[in-house]
Design a protein around this ligand. Structure first.
Ligand code: ZN
Length: 353
């Protein structure tokens, strides 16, 4: 039969196929290359063997019989991409800090992005094709604006602790004061758990200060930023679980990081799990045990909306207890009330700060 190949009419056996024409050297298309999912060369000549058009239509089957009197054009093969598996992955919002202050609250502007992750069946390489970019989340740093209300937030870290947490609860009760306890989850057991329950029942806020003060992994007992993302998330979630097991109530999601180390990276990792990270306006440095008078003098410097950092755990806190005995009646005389962190946060919308 006759066949026109690349513009030249030739005579061929009736059962001729494109594979046969290539084998005889009638046409010699160069095969394309096989590419990995990321576009890199995986195998030279491993792509499509040829590009063929028969009577104006694509012709892909090299082993199929060619019809009589057909017009066939054959050119080089195209590159092919390896097979791949595809899954949807989400990208957390990037974090941008704005402002200055003791409260570090998510302003609610962010959204996760979406991407299709392709994993090559041959190369094992992965590439992400972005479907939607993440929208940045702003973490507003600000100090509470109470509109002149004379309120102060007393905060106690590193507890619960035998004796000192109870002693502090007694003084708070005597002064009709509410406070916030930033607890270490792994310490909430046995008698300590009973003290946390007592604090919760008395109306104090039980918040988390991590599960083990960033001791896991490479956190070195002070910095979650040294831990893996999963370890950081565990610090928060296990901290909440310990609180909820002791109090029977949901833990506040206002969190305080160990050492106050709250980088943009940590802010991004914790974003689904916390509403704010809480610093302080007045550091009493009570853990140094500078004397009850020195601690009391620092507490007395409070202004409306101040967050005051103290410790009920981590060692002998008798100076802190004695300082509170002096300072709380003094501040009450000045017209101050003592509120929890969540009550203080309710004064302002972070998006407006
Ligand atoms: Zn601490």
């Amino acid at each position: 039969m006759s066949l026109t190949v690349n513009g030249e009419t030739i005579q061929v056996p009736g059962d001729t196929t494109l594979d046969a024409l290539i084998e005889k050297g009638t046409v010699s298309p160069t095969p394309g290359n096989l590419l990995a999912v990321d576009g890199s060369l995986l195998q030279e000549g491993g792509g499509k063997r040829f590009t063929a058009v028969l009577n104006g239509e694509p012709w892909e089957d090299g082993a199929a019989r060619l019809p009589r009197d057909a017009a066939l054009s054959v050119t080089d093969g195209a590159d092919a991409t390896e097979d791949y598996a595809e899954e949807e992955v989400s990208a957390p919002p990037t974090i941008e800090f704005s402002g200055v202050g003791a409260i570090h609250a998510y302003a609610g502007s962010g959204a996760a992005g979406k991407a299709l992750r392709r994993t090559g069946a041959v190369s094992g390489l992965t590439v992400d094709e972005v479907v939607s970019e993440p929208v940045g989340e702003v973490v507003k740093k600000y100090n509470a604006d109470t509109g002149g209300d004379k309120v102060v937030a007393l905060t106690f870290d590193d507890g619960p602790w035998p004796d000192s947490t109870s002693a502090i609860l007694d003084i708070l009760a005597e002064n009709d004061a509410k406070a916030t306890f930033f607890t270490i989850g792994q310490q909430i057991s046995g008698g300590n758990a009973d003290v946390v329950k007592r604090a919760h029942d008395a109306g104090h806020q039980i918040s988390s200060h991590s599960y083990d003060h960033a001791s896991a992994g490479d956190g070195r007992g002070v910095d979650m930023g040294r831990q893996t993302p999963q370890e950081q998330v565990d610090e928060v979630l296990k901290g909440y679980e310990a609180i909820e097991a002791a109090t029977g109530a949901a833990a506040s999601h206002a969190f305080r990081t160990p050492g106050g180390n709250f980088s943009a990276e940590t802010a991004q990792i914790l974003q689904p799990h916390i509403t704010a990270e809480i610093g302080w306006n007045i550091d009493t440095e009570d853990w140094r045990r500078p004397g009850a008078q020195a601690i009391a003098d620092r507490i007395k410097q409070a202004k409306p909306g101040s967050i005051i950092l103290m410790h009920d755990g981590g060692g002998d806190r008798s100076q802190t207890v004695e300082a509170l005995r002096q300072a709380l009646p003094y501040l009450k005389e000045q017209g101050y009330r003592f509120v929890t962190i969540d009550e203080l946060l309710a004064y302002n919308d972070p998006a407006q700060m």
